[in-house]
Design a protein around this ligand. Structure first.
Ligand code: OOB
Length: 543
C-alpha cells in the first residue's frame, strides 16, 4: 500500500463493496476488458485523424508499461504527467497503471512553482512532458524541476526528447506484471487549492472505476457514444465524469480536441459525429455564440455537460435550442462528490440547479458557520462523504485535520441549498479561492507570491464579477515605498517565479491600507464590495 493517504474505515469499505460500488478491479482493466470483448472497435481518435482500436491501444499500453519497468519505474513509484490531449497521454496513463506506478496528473498550464511543489510532495521519480506546447518549451521546465527536486530520475518527453528519454522509445515486449491491489491508490489528482500550495488527492482503483462507471450509466453512455475531450484530459471532469475513462469502459470512442475553441471542437464534432462532450461555462457561452457563424454540422451532438463553475440560468436555457442537444449541469470536484442533473429531469431542474449526487451512498450535510445542520432548503456549507470521496489529502495531516470532520466528512467550502428533489443549487463559496471560469486559484497561494515582491507590503486577492468568466482575479496591494508595481510588472514577476498563467491577476488595485474586520483581519468582503461597485461605475451603470 502507498503510504501517506487516508483509507476509508473498514466498515465503510465493506459497505461500498457489498453494495457493488467497489468491484475489486484495477483501473486499467476497463481497457483490457474492452480490448478482449471488442478488439477491432475504435477506441481513440486524435485531432489529426489517427485512429487506434481497443486492441491497438491495449497493446501500446502493455509495451509502454514494459518499457517503464525497463528503465526502473517500479510499483508504487509516482510519475508526474503533464501532457496535452494526445494519444501519448492515454497510452502513458494506462501504461503507468499497468506498471503499478501512480500517475500524478497536472495541467499543461502549470509551471515551475506548481510542478516543483507537486514533485516534492509526491516524491516523484519521473516527469512526463510534451517537447514544446503553445510556444512553451516543457523540456526547459523539466530541467528546472529536476535541478530543484533530485528524486526525479527520468524526464519522459512526447516528441523531440533532447537529452531526455523519448516516450516513444519506452517500448518493450510485454511481460506479465503483478496486478495492483484495487483498494490502493491508482492516481493522484491536483486540488483547486485554498491554501498556500496545491494539495494532492488520492483516488483508488475501486473508487475511480466506480466514479467512471456510475457516471457513464447516468449519462447513458454506450458503445455508440463518441465523446470529445475538450477540457484537459488530466482534469477529473474530462477524465472520469464520465469522460475518457467512462467512454472506454463502455466501449465507446474517445476523440481528442487540442483546444476548446469552436474552430477545433466543432470541426471534430462534425468529422467524428461526436455525441457527447464536457465544457466549463465560459466555453459553453463561446459555443452558443459561435453556432451563429460557424458552419459545422453539430447534429450528432446529443449531450453537452457543463460544470466547473456556476452556469447562469439564462445561458443554460439557450443550450438546447441553440446546439440542439440536452444540457447536463455537473457540480463536481476532484476530491470526489459529483452532482449531475439527470437526462430526464424537468427543464427547470436542468437550467436552475447543479444536479443531485451520483451515488445513493453519497452523504450530504449542509451546515452553518458553527457546524450545525441548517433546516432543509436553507443555505449552508456542503459537507460530504461517500464511496468515491477522499478521506484525506495525500501527505497533509495538518490540513486534513481542518478540512475533514471527525467522522470523515469533507468540507467542500461550497455554499449550497438542497431542494426537496435532492438537487443542489450552488449559491456561493466559503473558501478563499477564485473560480475563474472553472480554473481554481487559491487566494493564499497567489498572495504569498505577491508578498515576495520587494515593492509589495501587503496583498489580498479576491474574485471580481465577470460576465464571461463568472469571476476574474483582482489583487489589492498595499505598496512598500513610493513606486507601486504595475499589473504588467507583477505579471512578469509572477511568471519569472514560475506561476501558471491563469493565476496572474486580471486587475491590480493599489490602496494605502486594507479595511479590517473587528478582529483585525483583512476584510475581503469589503474589498469585494468596493471592486464590484467600481466595476459598476466603470460600466457606466449598465450592469
Ligand atoms: C471541478 O473540479 P475542481 O476540483 O476543479 O473544482 C471543484 C470546485 C467545487 O468545489 C466548486 O467550488 C466548483 O469547483 N464547481 C462548481 C461547479 N462545478 C464545480 N461551482 C458551481 N457550479 C458548478 N457546476 O470543477 C469538476 C470536477 C468534476 C466534474 C465537474 C467539475
Amino acid at each position: 500500500m502507498l503510504d501517506g493517504w487516508v483509507p476509508w474505515p473498514e466498515p465503510f469499505a465493506r459497505r461500498y463493496r457489498d453494495a457493488g460500488y467497489w468491484e475489486g478491479r484495477p483501473l486499467d482493466r476497463l481497457l483490457r476488458d474492452r480490448a478482449r470483448a471488442d478488439p477491432d472497435r475504435t477506441a481513440l481518435v486524435d485531432a489529426a485523424g489517427d485512429r487506434w482500436t481497443y486492441a491497438e491501444l491495449d497493446r501500446r499500453a502493455d509495451r509502454t508499461a514494459a518499457g517503464l519497468r525497463g528503465i526502473g519505474i517500479a510499483a508504487g513509484d509516482r510519475v508526474i504527467v503533464q501532457l496535452p490531449n494526445t494519444d501519448a497521454f492515454v497510452v502513458l496513463f494506462f501504461a503507468l497503471l499497468r506498471a503499478g506506478a501512480v500517475p500524478v496528473l497536472t495541467l499543461p498550464a502549470h509551471r515551475e512553482s506548481e510542478i516543483t511543489h507537486v514533485a516534492e510532495v509526491s516524491g516523484a521519480v519521473a516527469y512526463a512532458v510534451p517537447d514544446v506546447l503553445d510556444g512553451f518549451d516543457h523540456r526547459a521546465l523539466a530541467r528546472a524541476v529536476r535541478a530543484a527536486v533530485p528524486s526525479i530520475a527520468h524526464v519522459l518527453v512526447a516528441g523531440d526528447a533532447a537529452e531526455f528519454t523519448a516516450l516513444a522509445d519506452l517500448d518493450a515486449e510485454p511481460r506479465p506484471l503483478p496486478a495492483p491491489d484495487p483498494g490502493d491508490v491508482a492516481l493522484l489528482l491536483l486540488s483547486g487549492g485554498t491554501t498556500g500550495k496545491p494539495k494532492l488527492i488520492p483516488r483508488t482503483h475501486d473508487d475511480y472505476t466506480y466514479n467512471a462507471r456510475a457516471s457513464a450509466e447516468i449519462c447513458g453512455f454506450d458503445q455508440d457514444t463518441v465523446y470529445l475531450v475538450v477540457l484537459p484530459t488530466a482534469h477529473n471532469f474530462a477524465l472520469a465524469c464520465p469522460g475518457l475513462l467512462g467512454t472506454l469502459l463502455v466501449g465507446g470512442t474517445v476523440v481528442l480536441s487540442p483546444t476548446p475553441s469552436p474552430e477545433d471542437a466543432f470541426a471534430l464534432i462534425e468529422r467524428e459525429r461526436v455525441t457527447a462532450t464536457a465544457v466549463v461555462p465560459p466555453i459553453a457561452l463561446l459555443w452558443l455564440e459561435a453556432v451563429e457563424w460557424e458552419e459545422a454540422d453539430l447534429s450528432s451532438l446529443a449531450l453537452l455537460q457543463v460544470g466547473g463553475s456556476r452556469l447562469g440560468a439564462e445561458p443554460a436555457a439557450r443550450v438546447a435550442p441553440a446546439l440542439g442537444c440536452t444540457l447536463q449541469q455537473v457540480f463536481g470536484m476532484a476530491e470526489g462528490l459529483l452532482n449531475y442533473t439527470r437526462l430526464d429531469d424537468t427543464a427547470d431542474l436542468v437550467t436552475g440547479t447543479q444536479g443531485r449526487p451520483l451515488s445513493p451512498d453519497d452523504e450530504i450535510r449542509v451546515v452553518d458557520e458553527d457546524g450545525h445542520d441548517v433546516p432543509p432548503g436553507e443555505r449552508g456549507e456542503l459537507l460530504t462523504r461517500g464511496p468515491y470521496t477522499l478521506r484525506g489529502y495525500y501527505r497533509a495531516p495538518g490540513h486534513n485535520a481542518r478540512t475533514f470532520s471527525d467522522d470523515g466528512f469533507y468540507r467542500t467550502g461550497d455554499l449550497v441549498r438542497v431542494l426537496p428533489s435532492g438537487h443542489l443549487v450552488v449559491e456561493g463559496r466559503a473558501k478563499d479561492q477564485i473560480n475563474r471560469g472553472g480554473d481554481k486559484i487559491s487566494a493564499e497561494e497567489l498572495e504569498n507570491h505577491l508578498l515576495a515582491h520587494p515593492a509589495v507590503h501587503d496583498a489580498a486577492v479576491i474574485g471580481m464579477p465577470d460576465a464571461t468568466m463568472g469571476e476574474r482575479t483582482c489583487a489589492y496591494l498595499v505598496p512598500r515605498g513610493q513606486q507601486p508595481p504595475t499589473q504588467r510588472e507583477l505579471a512578469g514577476f509572477l511568471t519569472a517565479r514560475g506561476v501558471a498563467g491563469y493565476k496572474l491577476p486580471d486587475r491590480v488595485e493599489v490602496v494605502e491600507v486594507f479595511p479590517r474586520t473587528s478582529v483585525g483581519k483583512t476584510d475581503k468582503k469589503e474589498l469585494g464590495r468596493r471592486i464590484a461597485e467600481r466595476l459598476r461605475t466603470e460600466d457606466g451603470g449598465v450592469n
